[in-house]
Design a protein around this ligand. Sequence first.
Ligand code: KG4
Ligand code: ZN
Length: 341
Amino acid sequence: MDKGIKILAIESSCDETSAAVVIDGRQVLSNIISSQINIHKKFGGVVPEVASRKHIEVISIVVKQALEEAKIELKDIDAVGVTYGPGLVGALLVGLQYAKGLAYALHRPMIGVNHIEGHISANFIQYKDLEPPFVCLVVSGGHTYLVYMKDYGKFEVLGQTRDDAAGEAYDKVARAIGLGYPGGPKIDRLAREGNPEIIKFPRANFHDDSSLDFSFSGLKSSVLNYLNRKEMKKEIINRADVAASFQKAVVSFLVDNALKACSLKHVDRIAVAGGVAANTCLRETLIKRGNDNNIRVMFPDFVLCTDNAAMIGSAAYFEYIKGNTSPLSLNAVPNLKLGER
Ligand code: KG4
Ligand code: ZN
């Protein structure tokens, strides 16, 4: 049996039920993910009540598989890590209550983890040598942040979205052009066949060049207006060009601000986290512009970008070694902010 602190981690904040076993925050022994995407696809988005019920059905099976694949037994784990926010309250409660039951029965500590901090921690799994400080661009379905990670668990928010999150914009635009849920990967694929220079979608203007904030709802409205105008004139819509032009506008906004953040903080490395970090255009553009500016750009593997429990196990470890465990009275916090405990 491997030495080191073994954390059994659970994630159920949205539409993935996941359990993982992680050693010392960096070595993943198992990372089982049960996705509900096929169920929610029919409704064009995640239905919270359905998500909670599905989590309940599969959570025991997912945890059992995670232990089996890691070849360990419950008695071997040192602590239970679990996402307690942000996310859908009913979905969070399923994982949280399950974790409390395990921690209580096993006489092991429980560590409540902020889901967004989990996404950032995916980079510690991917890059074994990575240590704070660094800049991180967090781009998920519900959040868009540029943060300076000063130390483990210590964040300074440099910029954030003033309206929609990047992933949310992807999902809304995908729905408008008839691609369905989840829109990010579908736009990513379709955009490869389109010309990103054809349609000029505008970027939000904050009248403040130093701002590192984002805004994507105006961009989404421009896409909707463009589609409406074309439909009214009964003109053919080239969906691939719309996808490519929209994507270019999102990615250039993200990359420009990410590089500005590095220069503001005099930092020469940036990590990316969250579901949109799986985007191929964002990966290519940031890596290229990072190279041009002598900045090391880090992206976790695809499976570590979208929701998974291994990233929660990593974040839990760095709290565990500081002695930051949680009481069993911990409640789910649907709107938990980055850096809040
Ligand atoms: O981090 P995540 O799995 O869940 C949240 O915590 O929100 O992110 C899900 C988001 C969705 O909006 C999805 O459309 C987007 O990530 N996404 C992508 C890609 N893969 C997932 N967006 C753009 N390109 C992708 N390849
Ligand atoms: Zn997430």
